[in-house]
Design a protein around this ligand. Sequence first.
Ligand code: ZN
Length: 317
Amino acid sequence: MSDNPYLAKKNSAKAYIGRFAPSPTGPLHFGSLIAATASYLCARQKQGQWLLRIEDVDIPRTQKGATQAIIQALEEYGFEWSGNIRYQSEQCQDYQDALDQLQAFTYPCSCTRKSLQARAATGTFSYIYPGYCRNGLSQPQASQTSMRLRSDINSCLNKADFIELCQATPYSQHIEKEVGDFILKRSDGLFSYQLAVVVDDHLQGVTDIVRGADLFNNTPRQNYLQCLLGYSQPRYLHFPVAVYDNGKKLSKQNASAPISLQKKRSTLLLALQFLGQAPPRLDNFSSIDDIWQWAVQNWDIDLIPKRLTQTIHDYEN
Ligand SMILES: [Zn+2]
């Protein structure tokens, strides 16, 4: 790990390494502030490092200026990350190397969404892909193909259970039946989120992943990939995802407002309350640094609500 450019020099291999990995599809909203806060406090309290990664692997979805806006908001809120920021859009060679390493388990697929619509069952995520092209392209004339990963490699399927530090409900997923052979490289040539995130976490030496429970059911696929690639498996903590009264999650897709750069202290206190912490009232803190000091000392993951979603009523920008 000594040559890991994402870490400060003092790091030893066994120390806690956490990360925050926003997608630059829009400015930082309250839901992503919660994610940054939870992962940051876990790392700070363990005197570990907290890395920043910009998940811009899905280039068409990135919004111009969003990366800068996110970094600026994090700086204004007093977050301090270690080492260099990793940008997924610059790591294609790493993803290709991993894909090459998985060659024995992957195959090209010519199926389009439209062709699957007619044939395949729908699962939690998308169509459950039962391997139509495992033994050759189902449409040999196809000009564009994706790369899929076989979901039936038993030696790693049983390693797709993960250590979860927050959620009360045990979770298990039968990848082959519930997801099927999933895509690692899309037909437009872009690498999938699942592959990118697993490779990044490995290369950045991440030991602990703290993220929203909307990613809970992605975890078995990521553990499956980690096993196939021979990577070690990080620990996981999934905190509840913030939803509006109507049940919709706060996200850039739902046009959630950017977090306020004027009311930073009260916004950060709301994020802490959302995470089950009980900070003193706003007038006890004269600066954002005061809040961080309190939060690092008092952060308690046992207070985080053990549920997948949680409604926010109070937050208005
Ligand atoms: Zn296919």
